[in-house]
Every structure is written in structure tokens, then in C-alpha cells.
Design a protein. Structure first.
Length: 125
């Protein structure tokens, strides 16, 4: 009987798509519940390694992204590296907008009669 390669060897060599496919296989095996406890633990540990590997690959890809910042005088696209700190700032701004919408659009708050401007004016004229 042939020995299996250690999971760390095969995990390190996988690309993102293959890691994701293997992770789905592991989830399916675990959900079926037809493998023993030791095998389930080994598959779970492999899944955790694959998840970490996939996350690192995604982070690396994110750092490689270049954003289109416009065009130069010759009409060629000009790009700039993706700035992770700028992404965090944009997420904070989006969260602030989201909070404002949920507060202003939440019926039942003080001063909200449940009527829209159309209702208050007596309908459309």
C-alpha cells in the first residue's frame, strides 16, 4: 500500500482554485459523516491549512492589483498600485453612510409620524 504524502507538501503546491476545490471535497466528506474520528480530524486539519493558504493567496493577489487611474496624453491607460490604507478609509466612509441611512430611514423613531411628504401634503396635486 502506498503512503500518502504529508498534507503540508501538497497544500503548499496548490493554486487558489485547486485549494478551494479540495476544501469543498473535505467539507463534503465531513458532512457525510461516514469517516472515522481520526480521519475526520485529519481532514479538518487539512481544511484549516487549505483555508490559511487560500487566504494568503487572496491577500497576495490583492497586493498585486493595480487600479486604473486614467489615461495619459497618448491615450494609454495609467495605473497605480492598490493602496490597502485607502481601501480601509473607503470602508469606513461606507459604514458611516450605511449608519446614516439606517437611522434616517428607520420608522418609529422620535418625530416620525409615518407619513411621507406626499401624505402630509394631502396627496399629489
Amino acid at each position: 500500500m502506498a503512503k500518502k504524502k504529508p498534507a503540508t507538501e501538497t497544500t503548499d503546491q496548490l493554486n487558489f482554485e485547486d485549494a478551494l476545490k479540495r476544501l469543498e471535497e473535505i467539507v463534503h466528506l465531513l458532512e457525510e459523516g461516514e469517516i472515522g474520528l481520526n480521519e475526520a480530524l485529519a481532514r479538518y486539519e487539512e481544511g484549516v491549512r487549505l483555508l490559511r493558504k487560500s487566504y494568503k493567496l487572496l491577500q497576495h493577489a490583492e497586493r498585486r492589483i493595480e487600479l486604473l487611474s486614467g489615461f495619459d496624453a497618448d491615450g494609454n491607460p495609467s495605473t497605480r498600485p492598490f493602496d490597502e490604507s485607502q481601501d480601509a478609509t473607503l470602508q469606513e466612509k461606507a459604514q458611516g453612510r450605511s449608519r446614516r441611512r439606517s437611522i434616517s430611514g428607520n420608522p418609529g423613531k422620535m418625530g416620525d409620524t409615518g407619513q411621507t411628504d406626499v401624505d402630509a401634503a394631502g396627496g399629489l396635486s
